[in-house]
Design a protein around this ligand. Sequence first.
Ligand code: ZN
Length: 330
Amino acid sequence: MGKIEESKMKGDFMQPIFLNPSLQEKIWGGDQLRTTFGLEIPSDRTGEAWLISAHPHGLSTVTQPEAYQGMTLDELYDQKPELFGPDHPEPFPLLVKVIDAKEALSVQVHPDDAYAREHEGPQELGKTECWYVLSAQEDASIIYGHQVTCAEEFRQALEEERFDQVFREVPVQAGDFFDVPAGTIHAIGAGITILEIQQSSDTTYRVYDYGRVDDQGNPRELHLQQSLDVTHFPHEDSPYSRSIQDQAPNSAEELLTNPFFSVQKVDVDQSLTLDLTGPYTLGVVIDGKGQLEVAGNHYDLDLITSFVLPHGIDSVTITGQCSLLLTHPC
Ligand code: ZN
């Protein structure tokens, strides 16, 4: 390969890849993805923007650089593996989304990798996730964990509709962070927007849906047996779940590292240079505006700007006044 081609290739590598989200309508969704985040939503019941996704149920699309414009993230992952480092697990491992819960989501639980593979198919991963609360109305709460000791007690209490005695309600405010490993009973409550980082999976086992019906008047399916199979008894709180209220300006704080991903919150008041440690890094702006500097080039950052920093970018500088969540696979 000639010198020029080589440096051109390297040049491609050294650019961030910006993405457009896939938008998902949900019976519990609202209009905040437009009113707060400026996205063009299909209806006022839009629940999720899959910002960084290679999952077939909602693919994000490259907007920049021009060379990859219009490609979906899964196409890029297949056709340009060098952007993602030497390991190439299938499928693409992570998914980053914003959720607008105008109404409460169903009470649910997700399987781990082994259960998902056996029961949902060889390409489906388990779903360990985590949430950063972007906004919460006064008195907002979530369900996080349960209060029973074993599967039998769980089944019996659900049959007798003693939901308050089973589900554990936790008040939330903006800046709270929750670690939600596979097997954790959970539900996002009404009036909350969150940024979710998760394994790339769309397998949800619904435990309870408040007796709601869809547009056709039908209740959504529940998955009691699967829920009993995968729920952890007893519930254990994660030390990673905490409130991130007093982060120092121009700092990066590690929120969580598990076998699947590591998450950092970055707060910039002027300028911060960051060393990147993963094979590649995913980033989303959750507040403010700024600029991203990569290899001497500058890129604008606005609320909800979402990007991949390919393999080979070892450090970036972020300027302006903004907060980001960054994640990389482990
Ligand atoms: Zn979930």
